[in-house]
Ligand binder design. Structure first.
Ligand code: F6R
Length: 243
């Protein structure tokens, strides 16, 4: 595990973007595993800048997103599909045929999980997986549980996650209660994992995830077993880790 302490969110984003950009430069048809949420927005901004400067070509890049809320259409500005277009895809030269996100409007969960597993098998292995972390240790939407999930699954979001994500919605009732997420096994199959975290609210979970027992009750703790894990956190998020 490589741990890199950034000065602040911007610095964290700069380092993460540099690592992702290097991956694309070295392998133009890289398969990127991508995340949504507040953590990667700055990273995506930096990647867009690099593209606009002529330094980064997304023409052959393939992407597999971690997760999607159930019940939201792609046009809903809270869907992860919308998020990805708004924060990255619409601003770079990615081929939309190479973009993959679970379909939150598919009501048949078994069918959608099977479809996404097949897409992952066809496009993988993921060369680099970008991850944020929930304050309860979730990665993707794999919530604390009695077991680690292997493949794409349909999950009920915990109250903690619903509350954490409420900030993006008008009212609590609008937050979807279920989602599709890549499984932990699929995340662990990525050749490289890039975990980013910022802010004091992530300090405890970063400590538990990186140095606590490996348990499905803290899903991110499995990352300790990954042979190529890079952690980039700002000083606040890493204050317990680097002490
Ligand atoms: C998002 C995702 C989630 C987030 C996590 C942290 O695609 O998979 O696991 O990474 O909820 O969210 P932020 O970055 O908003 O703190």
């Amino acid at each position: 595990m490589t741990i890199c302490t950034a000065k602040n969110y911007d610095h964290m984003s700069q380092i993460a973007a540099n690592i992702l950009a290097a991956q694309i430069v070295l392998k133009p048809n890289s398969c990127l595993g991508l995340a949504t949420g507040g953590s990667p927005i700055g990273t995506y901004k930096r990647l867009i800048e690099k593209h606009k400067n002529g330094d980064l070509d997304f023409g052959e890049v393939k992407t597999l997103n971690l997760d999607e809320y159930c019940g939201l259409s792609k046009d809903n500005d809270q869907s992860y599909d919308y998020f990805m277009r708004d924060n990255l895809f619409n601003h770079v030269n990615i081929n939309f045929d190479n973009v993959n996100i679970p379909n939150g409007l598919e009501a048949d969960a078994e069918k959608e999980c099977r479809r996404y597993n097949e897409i992952m098998a066809q496009n993988g292995p993921i060369d680099i997986q970008l991850l944020g972390i929930g304050t309860n240790g979730h990665i993707g939407f794999n919530e604390p549980s009695d077991y680690f999930t292997l493949k794409t699954n349909h999950v009920s979001l915990t109250q903690a996650t619903i509350e954490a994500n409420m900030r993006y919605f008008e009212k609590a009732d609008d937050v979807p209660k279920t989602a599709y997420t890549m499984g932990i096994g699929q995340i662990m199959n990525a050749k490289k994992v890039l975990l980013i975290a910022s802010g004091e609210s992530k300090a405890d979970i970063m400590f538990r995830a990186l140095y606590g027992p490996v348990t499905p009750q803290v899903p991110a703790s499995i990352l300790q077993m990954h042979s190529n894990l890079i952690v980039i956190g700002d000083e606040a998020a890493l204050m317990r880790v680097s002490k």
